[in-house]
Design a protein around this ligand. Sequence first.
Ligand SMILES: [Fe+2]
Ligand SMILES: [Fe+2]
Length: 187
Amino acid sequence: MPIANVRELFVHELCELYDAERRFLQGQVEMVHRATDNDLQRSIRNHIVQTRQHIGNLEQFFRELGQEPRRETNEVAQGLVSEARGGIQEAQSDALRDCVINAAVIKVEHFEIGSYRGLITGARLMMGQSVVVDDLLETNLQQEEETAQIAEQSAEELFQEAMRAERPEGEGLLDKLNKAKNRLMGQ
Ligand SMILES: [Fe+2]
Ligand SMILES: [Fe+2]
């Protein structure tokens, strides 16, 4: 669709973000059943609820602009979801799959953060200090930021869990025996 002015550019960005949110909702609903780590699963469940609110907030924002909500294909979102689906299929263990899912969450949330920041800058210029922007767009942005932070904080632990799962059986026991031997020998 041709973009002839700033308002059309803004609406175009909004339509693409709306499409992205719909795709991410679908992706999370699919992914949550594949996650085995309890915290990861809980955090995705929580963000599914938030994502439904994001969609509702964007629909309300469309109406504030006097437009019907409309999707324009967001190819980045499409790619992120299909990358995540591929990784989930390829991962050969639960722990590796959890790492793939968590990494997908980090990428998706950062993409959303960038998209909302851009949209908010445009909205502030066009609408000034608007309560509508605060309540709808800023709320969404804040929840994306919180979700990104949670996923980033979990990444190390999930990697460690995957590394632990890879250790051959009995290696832990050998470590313990060596430590006990060293203690006996006063080292
Ligand atoms: Fe979102
Ligand atoms: Fe999100």
